[in-house]
Design a protein around this ligand. Structure first.
Ligand code: SF4
Ligand code: SF4
Length: 293
């Protein structure tokens, strides 16, 4: 079962839920769990899981390169590029890698075959193991990191998934910690999941962004969704009312507590300071499994 943990807005406790879910399942249910930190612009799950990284690779995307010997400067490549990543000015072909989505259209459209693709390094992907407890071999951990200034997170997430999910056993539990928001990197993190777990807070801001995230996951991608309300007790009943109206199950509530916030700021998992939460996260996983069927 593949579960993506997402949130419409940042700061809702998404990584807290993803990490503690992984630690709890890894300790109580199985030792064959894969955890992916797909928040490649700001990966921080490793701060809580303290993984030992065993393998690291460059992540790249293919961008066009023009052979000026065979280019006729016809401008066809610039016409077909939806992202304005290539321009033909007189006898110059300008390529803007930061705008390129590596769709390949320019190469396919070039009448003289002057365009070929070359890899452009945009970040790294790495994997290793994170210890759950002393006698437990741990969970497989992987993360991607986008180089500073690079705008395209999707290729890294895609390569991270191919490297880990696609090359591992089909039936093992996988937890993906998505980036906040509803942009393309989040969609890529949700794609292929069996379930999307939304983490929100019971405030008008939380509700607004939860709606957007549900629109993407459930309405656009057709995935089942459920909600964890973090900092329960602050705010109002808007999220509860919305979930009831939309038949979205609220699967867990984590109260607003100073000690939980302190532990987060120290990089200490919730299940370490309050071990009783381990059973609650296992129960959360089992409820998701029931919903997925
Ligand atoms: S389509 Fe090919 S030949 Fe035409 S300008 Fe672009 S690279 Fe040159
Ligand atoms: S690969 Fe696609 S996005 Fe990149 S320059 Fe060519 S047409 Fe534009």
């Amino acid at each position: 079962m593949i579960v993506t943990v997402a949130s419409g807005k940042g700061g809702t406790g998404k990584t807290t839920v993803a990490v503690n879910l992984a630690l709890s399942i890894g300790a109580e249910l199985c030792s064959d769990l894969l955890f992916l930190d797909c928040d490649v612009e700001e990966p921080n799950a490793g701060l809580f899981l303290n993984p030992v990284i065993e393998e690291r690779r460059e992540a790249s995307q293919m961008i066009p390169q023009v052979d000026l010997e065979t280019c006729t400067y016809c401008g066809r490549c610039a016409e077909v590029c939806q992202y304005h990543a290539i321009a033909v000015v007189g006898e110059k072909v300008l390529i803007f890698p930061e705008l390129c989505h590596a769709c390949g259209s320019c190469g396919l459209s070039c009448p003289t075959g002057a365009i070929h693709e070359v890899p452009d390094v945009i970040g790294t992907i790495e994997r290793g193991y994170a210890a759950v407890e002393e006698e437990n071999p741990g969970i497989e951990f992987a993360q991607g990191t986008l180089n500073v200034g690079e705008p395209m997170a999707v290729p890294i997430i895609r390569q991270l998934k191919q490297w880990t999910i696609s090359s591992g056993p089909d039936d093992r539990p996988v937890i993906l910690d998505a980036s906040p928001g509803t942009a393309c990197p989040v969609v890529e993190s949700m794609r292929g999941a069996d379930f999307v777990l939304m983490v929100t807070e019971p405030t008008p801001f939380g509700l607004h962004d939860l709606r957007l995230a549900v629109e993407v996951a459930r309405d656009e991608l057709g995935l089942p969704v459920g909600v964890v309300i973090n900092r329960d007790g602050v705010g109002d009943r808007g999220v509860d009312d919305y979930c009831a109206a939309e038949s979205i199950p609220i699967l867990m509530r984590i109260p607003l507590e100073r000690r939980i916030a302190e532990a987060y700021s120290e990089g200490t998992p919730l299940t370490t300071i309050q071990p009783a939460y381990r059973a609650r996260f296992v129960e959360l996983w089992q409820r998701i499994a029931d919903l997925v069927g």
